[in-house]
Design a protein around this ligand. Structure first.
Ligand SMILES: Nc1nc2c(ncn2[C@@H]2O[C@@H]3COP(=O)(O)O[C@H]4[C@@H](O)[C@H](n5cnc6c(=O)[nH]c(N)nc65)O[C@@H]4COP(=O)(O)O[C@H]3[C@H]2O)c(=O)[nH]1
Length: 780
């Protein structure tokens, strides 16, 4: 595309125009030097020619003025040469005009000599001299067109006028010729000026473009060098031509190694495709691991490549942009890991397990290869966690995961669902269900065996625990991972129910049992409203007097269809569903009311002064529990000291500070607190000291074999002596025989409950016990 002047000037700004004017002035000054000597010479000839004419004085004067203007000109030109940068171009231009216009006027005035002498030679010389000066000036001054035109006008107008008004036709014609010559010179000056302007404009624009290019190159260089991303160029043979510092730093290699490096020779060929496609005109991309050929370096990189073209669109190589994404990838890996692995034990979590079970099921559906799911739950984990702290609980879970991993084969999966629940997915158990079940059972046996060794997790005493395992074997192609997990859970639940440290295989009937649980939960929701709940009371006997001194309220549920339902069957369901809170409130109010009524009726020979009510951990954890108890006691009119709340060890061991506060507030209100089932948990002397109990209840499991088992006997003796030190009342539970009674009595036990005297009975029956002599039931 060819640009004309108009196009070019469109690219210019005020500064550019100023620079051009500067250049114009500079050209004019420069050219003006050259004509000094010819002018002086011309003026001297004029002086010589007219010296001996009648114009001598006039010529001398004229010559002197010419010399003065020439000196002025020399002085101005020299001054400009030295000081041009000190003043603005417009000042130099003005000064230049003054000199030139004066010079033109002086020289132009020479025209008045022409016809003062009759000598044609003189006439001819003057015409020749002036037109000569004019033609030289039209060239030398052309950079300043205005100055040129004025100069020519001042120079030639006088001679034209003189000749035109001379009178002789030939002279007039010559005058016209001078006019024509003037016009010719003006037009020549215009052309020259236009050429000069074009040249100057092009020069300025070229300089501008060159500056812009230099700037852009500098910027590009800076970006290239300082970019926080690795950049390198290579030719079509994949030889590295240039690279930036970031690249060298990322790859940890010196510049000398990188420049000239043959990328085809890299030992890690995973980048090859991305590099190669670029030199074939396509963009390349690689994201993944990279191992350095030169140093010990493994990293994750993201590489983008593009072809590089020359001005004729021929590919001359490629550019690669590399970023080190190791940190990002590590973070992503970590997030992925967190999503699929259990943070505590670092074994697969529920999500990954489900994925693996789904895969195994797909394999089973295709090839019939059986799989089994084992659901494992640690026995008594909650008590361990509560009594020894979460840190120890965590260590136990980690060690459990380790032991399980050691038992299982590589293709199997050990996962943690949460809490103390672990799942083992056994794969490739063969196609025969009997063989598969035997294999699964063998693994379960191994687990029980491995768990029989105590867990040494840095405590003074290693922890002993066991596990309950539920196993389900896939039996239908329709079964899903959720089904299998549910069935294994059910089987585990059954194992737990049937005595812990056992294994149960899932059977259809278990489903019935789960359904029954659900049914009971629903029925329990309306039990209070439908008056289906009832309290039974079991007497508490003083050993010394053998009199009934109190009662323990025990819950019964009279279900319209299922008949009498015992606490063991419903308390757990009530706790898990949260229904225990409402039920517990009902029990407390009912027991208090009943007890106040008995006291008011003043039944014959009755010495009862305490009513014991069981409190579930869920109920006790309610923040308004204490307030509710105090309010219920006040509303029913019970003397607070007659109420004894029965808490189990596991209830009090969690969040000990809050528990102590609640217990203190109850004690402050005068309410007694007994520790139920004492000896079954992990109570330590430390706890006993801290917690404001009034009574200890020895669990019936210790009382049962007290006479035959020396260990149990020793334990009960210890509890009794400890209780006397701490000044607790002690109630032995589950006393069924006179031997048990005697043992306890002889070792200082104060109170007991048990079938020896009475089972828990309905209100009426209890009243009979109080009224009749039966209250001294242990007298035999
Ligand atoms: N073999 C035998 N058993 C005896 C003997 N004497 C008493 N028992 C039974 O031992 C249990 C004593 O209650 P617990 O230890 O508080 O244990 C209670 C208590 O923890 C809980 N429970 C009962 N009622 C309530 C209640 O209203 N609220 C709460 N939260 N739990 C309750 O249910 C557990 C079981 O209650 P029950 O089935 O009534 O069983 C009662 C009672 O029937 C005996 O000589 N031999």
């Amino acid at each position: 595309m060819v640009l004309n002047k108009k196009d070019l000037t469109g690219y210019m700004d005020g500064d550019d125009r100023k620079r051009i004017r500067n250049e114009q002035v500079a050209i004019a000054y420069k050219q003006a030097f050259a004509s000094i000597f010819p002018l002086f010479f011309g003026a001297f000839i004029v002086l010589l020619l007219f010296y001996k004419t009648n114009l001598t004085d006039f010529v001398f004067l004229w010559f002197s003025v010419v010399i003065v203007t020439l000196i002025w000109r020399i002085w101005l030109l020299t001054d400009y040469r030295r000081n041009f940068h000190r003043l603005d171009h417009s000042i130099w231009e003005r000064r230049f005009k003054y000199v030139m216009y004066s010079s033109a006027l002086i020289w132009g005035s020479a025209a008045f000599f022409i016809f003062q002498t009759p000598d044609y030679l003189h006439h001819f010389f003057i015409i020749f001299l002036l037109t000569g000066i004019a033609s030289v000036a039209s060239g030398t001054l052309a950079s300043l067109l205005g100055v040129t035109i004025v100069f020519l006008s001042f120079l030639l107008t006088p001679i034209f006028i003189v000749m035109f008004f001379h009178g002789e036709f030939e002279v007039q014609m010559m005058g016209m010729l001078v006019l024509a010559f003037y016009m010719l010179l003006v037009s020549a000056a215009k052309r020259i000026n236009s050429n000069i302007m074009n040249a100057l404009t092009s020069k300025i624009l070229h300089q501008k473009a060159a500056n812009a290019l230099a700037l852009s190159e500098e910027r590009f260089e800076t970006i290239f060098k300082e970019a926080p991303i690795g950049i390198f160029y290579y030719d079509t043979d994949l030889i590295v031509m240039e690279t930036n510092n970031e690249m060298l730093q990322a790859l940890q290699i010196p510049r000398e190694t990188m420049i000239g490096l043959d990328l085809k020779a890299l030992s890690d060929t995973r980048l090859s495709d991305a590099l190669n496609v670029s030199v074939h005109g396509q963009k390349g991309f690689y994201e993944g691991p990279y191992t350095s050929t030169f140093v010990e370096l493994k990293m994750w990189v993201s590489l983008r490549t593009s072809p590089i073209y020359d001005s004729e669109r021929r590919i001359i190589g490629g550019v690669g942009i590399v970023s080190d994404i190791t940190e990002r990838m590590n973070a992503e890996e970590k997030i992925k890991h967190q999503a699929y692995f259990d943070a505590l034990t670092n074994i697969p979590n529920r999500a990954l397990l489900k994925d693996r079970v789904d895969q195994s099921l797909a394999h089973y559906r295709r090839y019939g290869s059986l799989i089994a799911i084992m659901f494992l739950d640690l026995d008594h984990f909650k008590s361990i966690n509560d009594s020894l702290g979460h840190y120890i609980g965590d260590l136990l879970l980690i060690e459990t995961a380790n032991r399980l991993k050691h038992i299982c084969r590589e293709g199997d999966t050990v996962a943690r669902l949460g809490g103390d629940e672990f799942i083992i997915l056994l794969n490739e158990l063969g196609n025969d269900p009997m063989v598969a079940a035997t294999r699964a059972e063998t693994v379960a046996e191994k687990i029980h065996e491995v768990f029989s060794a105590p867990f040494d997790i840095g405590l003074a005493e290693p922890i002993s625990t066991s596990s309950s395992i539920g196993i389900v074997l896939v039996s239908s192609k329709d079964q899903t991972s959720d089904d299998l997990l549910k069935f294994a859970d059910t089987a585990m639940y059954q194992a737990k129910k049937e005595g812990r440290n056992t294994t149960r295989f899932y059977q259809e009937e278990m489903d019935q049992w789960i359904k029954k649980r659900l049914f009971l939960e629903n029925a329990l929701r309306s039990a209070v409203k439908n008056n289906e709940l009832e309290l039974y009371y079991q007497p508490v006997i003083e050993m010394k007097t053998k009199l009934i001194i109190g009662a323990e309220a025990l819950l019964r549920w009279n279900h319209p269809e299922l008949g009498l339902i015992m606490p063991d069957e419903m308390i757990e369901i009530a706790e898990e569903s949260g229904l225990i809170v409402g039920i517990g409130e009902w029990v407390l109010r009912e027991a208090c009311t009943q007890f106040v009524r008995w006291r008011a009726e003043n039944l014959r020979q009755s010495h009862i002064d305490r009513i014991a009510v069981n409190v579930s951990a869920v109920q006790f954890r309610q923040s308004d529990f204490v307030d509710k108890v105090i309010r219920t006691v006040a509303e029913t009119g019970l003397v607070p000291s007659m109420l004894e709340l029965e808490l189990t060890e596991s209830t009090v061991i969690d969040n000990i500070d809050i528990v102590i506060d609640k217990m203190n507030r109850l004690r402050h209100a005068g309410i007694g607190i007994s520790m139920d089932d004492f000896g079954t948990g992990y109570s330590s002397l430390g706890y006993l000291k801290k917690l404001p109990f009034t009574t200890l209840k020895i669990d019936r499991s210790f009382v049962r074999d007290i006479v035959s088992d020396t260990d149990d006997a020793a334990l009960v003796e210890t509890i009794l002596s400890m209780a006397s030190i701490f000044k607790f009342d002690v109630i032995a539970e589950g006393v069924e025989t006179i031997e048990q009674f005697k043992f306890l009595e002889s070792h200082g036990c104060q109170y007991f409950q048990g079938y020896l005297c009475s089972k828990p009975v309905q209100v009426k029956h209890f009243e009979e016990l109080l009224v009749h002599e039966i209250q001294s039931c242990a007298a035999q």
